[in-house]
Design a protein around this ligand. Structure first.
Ligand SMILES: O=C(O)CCC(=O)C(=O)O
Ligand SMILES: [Fe+2]
Length: 575
């Protein structure tokens, strides 16, 4: 297998370049939102990230404690992010962690390379740079150091920085204190949901299993900060995350449809609610979308600690106490590992379906798609624990076969509505609008019902597919909002635009795409076409690579088909 050496952003930044390589340039719909971070930080107008003072949390007066808990709860409900002050993490420990981290990154790149991680081998711990993680081959302006920091007995300290020599003791102490803060904040969040105070902590693994992952983000100076991002927009997977900031601004939060810059609050620690707590609380606490901007003048470092449940041991789902008839579960059950995977596919599929992120970067359709698989391969190498999936291994072929099956199954289902939803009362409710759409699609297009799978295996796969699809819809909006009301195709699609509007609000900065404009309708028509064609091809086994042993060949064949489809759809019996 060929391994591509990961470029270090720091090396790029210090090489004297005046313009950044094109992989670092964000797609144009993101660029309008990226400004000068120092100016942004001064902006006093509009909503501001709340600051929660924890000094009253241990007050002897119940009312005082109660007020403090309420404030934190409100911040978690409204924002999903807050500055914590008087958080109990000793100032000298924070300072030592910063000095040690800065000291590590100040060393020459060659010294740091001794700690290089190897995502190819599934080894994410160590010194690294993000590889392309979306379909455009997009890169981020940062290097990082990543390692498990707690519990101590699970940590492999042999891979932690040996220099500066205080790195290990400072980090051990910091992690210990942060672990206590995790307990404290999770108990406030538990009480806020009307649960026993140790409940959330227990649900994410308790003393034994909850993991604290340390990621030091190093953002070098960037010659064109208005074109790049240090960290692209994302929500954290964690239960909660803590960020120890430097006094250089960079963090932005997507709140009420706008990017809000976090102020530099002296002595604060930023706490973010992650996806895990969002799921457990059935969406009452928000996992907020955030990103990191870079600048020309100052290196920025942030110390993020992600408090994560174990990957496989726990099934995450909305706690029964957070669910009612009026508030049905918004998330299907999943392990943390499954959540990571689903998020990955969702992201991927979304990118494929989004012409702004995808097709418009290049003049040529074909180039995009072959680039896509390159990226895909990178993704597997680097990201979200997909590192194990090497395209060269037998395992990978298995996994890909599964993905293919999932898609086939999916298409078969949506192609045969009578075999779907009607069997499952609850699920069907949410998605009936969707299947209505699909049924119409199917009617107007082709007979996918030929692909029938009657085995027990298929049911299992179905469950998977359903979850993936749910996940996907969850991203674009809550299922209840998704088009139940309508019987007609057109109306269903307007339901879909409703969802889309949600998406814009809550997830990505697609706000510019006004639903009222003619332009948006055009874009969506395009997206729809792309999806149709994509789904049709994947669902068509004779076109889809059964002839070939090799995944790579399959998929390049696939894009070949796509390209042909684009060029002459009538050949394929479309329209
Ligand atoms: O650097 C920051 O402030 C944010 C980093 C972040 O969001 C992350 O590492 O997940
Ligand atoms: Fe984050």
């Amino acid at each position: 297998m060929t391994t591509v050496a990961a470029p270090r952003v720091q090396s790029l930044a210090t090489s004297g370049i005046e313009s950044i390589p094109k992989e670092y340039v964000r797609p144009k719909e993101e660029l309008t939102g990226i400004g000068n971070i120092f100016e942004e930080e001064k902006n006093e107008e509009g909503p501001q990230v709340p600051t929660i003072d924890l000094k009253d949390i241990d007050s002897e007066v119940e009312e005082v404690r109660e007020r403090c808990r309420e404030a934190l709860k409100k911040a978690a409900v409204d924002w999903g992010v807050m500055h914590l002050v008087n958080h109990g993490i000793a100032e000298d420990v924070r300072e030592r962690v910063k000095v040690a981290g800065e000291g590590f990154f100040e060393q020459p790149v060659e010294e740091k390379e001794k700690y290089a991680n190897d995502p190819d081998d599934g080894n994410l711990q160590g010194y690294g740079s993000k590889l392309a993680n979306n379909a455009c081959g997009q890169l981020e302006w940062e290097d990082y150091f990543f390692h498990l920091a707690y519990p101590e007995d699970k940590c492999d300290m042999s891979i932690w920085p040996k220099t500066p020599t205080d790195y290990i003791p400072a980090t051990v102490e910091y992690a210990k204190q942060l672990r206590a803060l995790t307990t404290k904040t999770l108990s406030i969040l538990s009480l806020g949901l009307g649960l026993e105070e140790n409940r959330l902590e227990k649900e994410v693994g308790g003393k034994e299993e909850l993991l604290l992952q340390m990621k030091i983000n190093y953002y070098p100076k960037c010659p064109q900060p208005e074109l790049a991002l240090g960290v692209e927009a994302h929500t954290d997977l964690s239960a909660v995350s803590f960020i120890l900031p430097s006094m250089v601004p960079g963090l932005q939060l997507f709140y009420e449809g706008k990017w809000i810059t976090a102020k530099c609050v002296p002595n604060s620690i930023i706490m973010l609610i992650g996806d895990t707590v969002e799921i457990l609380s059935n969406g009452k606490y928000k996992s907020i979308l955030h990103r990191g901007l870079v600048n020309k003048e100052k290196v920025r470092i942030s110390w993020a600690v992600f408090c994560e449940p174990p990957k496989e041991k726990i099934i995450l789902k909305p706690l029964p106490e957070t669910v009612s008839e009026a508030e049905p579960p918004l998330f299907p059950p999943r392990t943390f590992a499954q959540h990571i995977q689903h998020k990955f596919w969702r992201e991927f599929l979304w990118t494929v379906g989004s012409p702004e992120k995808f097709g418009e970067k290049s003049e040529k359709f074909g180039e995009n798609f072959s680039g896509q698989w390159e990226v895909q391969r990178n993704l597997e190498r680097s990201q979200r624990n997909l590192a194990r999936i090497s395209l060269d291994s037998g395992k990978s072929r298995e996994i890909w076969r599964e993905v293919r099956e999932i898609w086939r199954e999916f298409l078969w289902t949506v192609g045969s509505p009578e075999k779907f939803g009607e069997k499952s009362e609850k699920f069907g409710e949410n998605f009936s609008g969707q299947w209505e759409v699909q049924r119409n699609l199917e009617r107007s297009q082709r007979n996918l019902a030929r692909i029938s799978l009657d085995s027990g295996k298929s049911r299992e796969i179905w469950r998977e597919v359903r979850e993936i699809w749910r996940e996907f819809l969850w991203t674009v909006g809550s299922p209840e909002k998704f088009g139940e009301k309508s019987e007609k195709f057109g109306e269903n699609f307007s339901g879909q635009w409703e969802v889309q509007r949600n998406l814009e609000r809550s997830q990505r900065n697609l706000a510019r795409i006004s639903l009222d404009s003619g332009k948006s309708r055009e874009i969506w028509r395009e997206v729809r076409e792309i999806w149709r064609e994509f789904l049709w091809t994947v669902g068509s086994p004779e076109k889809f690579g059964e002839k070939s042993e090799k995944f790579g060949e399959n998929f390049s064949g696939q894009w070949e088909v796509q390209i042909n489809l684009k060029r002459s759809p009538e050949k394929f019996g479309i329209r």
